[in-house]
Write a protein that binds this ligand. Structure first.
Ligand SMILES: Cc1cc2nc3c(=O)[nH]c(=O)nc-3n(C[C@H](O)[C@H](O)[C@H](O)COP(=O)(O)OP(=O)(O)OC[C@H]3O[C@@H](n4cnc5c(N)ncnc54)[C@H](O)[C@@H]3O)c2cc1C
Length: 420
């Protein structure tokens, strides 16, 4: 057993970092454990996956984040066991850490819903996923360029939620701008992007106006939409839909859904929708004292019992809120139910075009086109400045979108197992 801490935080994502920072500023002795030495910024992962940004632009060292907070200790290790009763976690190197309070903020992982063949797809949740996808994309293009044999290249994205729409849009722009610049217009003309979903529209949680706009923009960008039919089976060279359609595939991206990761699954806490923990309104886990579950690992609700979204801003606010509740607990005060400040939803469709539904639920303002694009930039710069203010993305990526410059960055792990 390692030394004792007041609070153990598992996960250095939006929720975990916000909680540890708030507690650290109040002098609480915190141990933050993450399997990676960095905090990742998922909203820009699709740009790493499409070889436009490098890793250092979407990830920041956890040690750097907590450099000025000596009472927050960072340990890089994979948590493999959780004892919620004892508020103790065990890591893969056999160490145990115990606290008076425990925060589980370990995020989510891809949910393949038992789709046959899904193991050949590339999910997009982590920096590792994005590097693997970007490396493979680069490899597919280099192989096709070398062969120069007229083979058609098909990129298939499964799932037309925000991640799938952003990835398909970025792939279409890669084909349009990057391939012509860095390879040849001939190769660009042989590349096709497909977006697949079982529901009949893209961005299903958005308003009809946003769905219609995003679908129209994607089609105009050359993305082939296959909507309203579930995927039956995936193979390395094709995606088969339940209506019999066969889409040829050189590379398949999985953006079809998420579920809570193994940390909460192994915690013994009762799991709800998506394998997540249905937390109490004050963000504590049900039936156990001093344990909080936050962000993508939790089903969090507002005061009326409505489900809160799996968003970076929601996770970040939950982290700060849980920290305040822990301080109240410690000081003999009262925990307050989480009051999420809803800033709306956004998705980037492509250069100069996004959809944004800004503001709290009933009063949402719907934007699309360049205005929504600017709103998207603004909101993400704010989100970045809360957690990752030093990453270079803030300086480079908006200007890349406004000008017609596109990068083709080096990613270090091309996966040679996928070739067109
Ligand atoms: C591709 C993509 C795009 C997105 N775009 C947006 C967007 O534009 N706007 C927005 O608001 N939200 C967006 N989201 C959602 C947002 O990123 C998440 O809701 C948010 O990151 C959740 O924060 P979290 O702290 O709960 O989890 P995460 O940020 O996922 O952090 C979890 C942390 O736990 C660590 N961890 C996991 N397992 C272990 C273990 N066993 N041991 C130790 N550490 C572990 C992980 O390494 C990670 O650092 C996007 C998500 C994705 C996947």
């Amino acid at each position: 057993m390692d030394e004792n801490y007041e609070v153990i935080v598992v996960g250095g994502g939006f929720a975990g970092v916000a909680a540890a920072r708030t507690l650290g500023r109040k002098g609480v002795r915190v141990l933050l454990i993450d399997k990676n030495p960095y905090h990742q910024f998922q909203p820009l992962l699709y740009q790493v996956a499409t070889v436009q940004l490098g890793v250092s632009e979407v990830a920041r060292s956890l040690r750097d984040i907590f450099r000025g907070q000596p009472n927050v200790r960072v340990v890089v290790a994979e948590v493999t066991g959780v004892d919620v009763g004892a508020k103790r976690v065990t890591t893969s190197d056999g160490k145990s850490y115990e606290g008076r309070f425990l925060i589980l903020a370990s995020g989510a992982e891809a949910n393949f819903f038992n789709t046959p063949g899904a193991e050949v797809t590339y999910p997009l949740y982590s920096v590792d996923d994005a590097v693997s996808l970007g490396g493979t994309l680069s490899n597919v293009l280099e192989t096709a360029d070398r062969a120069d044999d007229g083979t058609e290249i098909h990129f298939v994205v499964i799932g037309a939620g925000p991640t799938g729409v952003e990835t398909a849009g970025a792939l279409a722009e890669t084909v349009k701008y990057v391939l012509s610049d860095y390879f040849s217009p001939r190769l660009a003309s042989r590349c096709h992007v497909h977006l697949v979903d079982m529901v009949p529209n893209v961005l299903n949680v958005f308003s009809d106006k946003s769905k219609e706009y995003a679908g129209r923009r994607l089609a105009a960008m050359g993305v082939q939409l296959h909507l309203g039919t579930p995927v039956a089976e995936i193979a390395r060279d094709k995606v088969l839909l339940k209506d019999g359609t066969e889409i040829p595939a050189s590379l398949v991206v999985w953006a079809g859904g998420l579920k809570a990761g193994p940390v909460v699954a192994g915690s013994g806490l009762p799991q709800g929708r998506g394998g997540r923990i249905d937390v109490n309104p004050d963000l504590t886990a049900p039936g156990v004292e001093g344990v909080y579950v936050l962000g993508d690992a939790a089903n969090m609700t507002d005061a009326k019992g409505n489900q809160l979204p799996q968003l970076g801003s929601c996770a970040l606010q939950a982290g700060t809120w849980a920290a305040k509740n822990i301080l109240a607990d410690r000081d003999g005060g009262h925990r307050a139910p989480f009051a999420y400040v809803d800033k709306g939803y956004m998705a980037m469709v492509g250069r100069g075009s996004a959809v944004a539904e800004v503001g709290p639920g009933p009063k949402r303002v719907l934007l699309n086109g360049p205005l929504a694009f600017l709103a998207w930039l603004g909101v993400h710069v704010v989100l970045l400045s809360g957690t990752l203010q030093k990453i270079r993305a803030v300086a480079t990526w908006p200007s890349d979108y406004i000008t017609h410059r596109r990068s083709f960055v080096v990613l270090s792990r091309p996966d040679s197992s996928h070739t067109p």
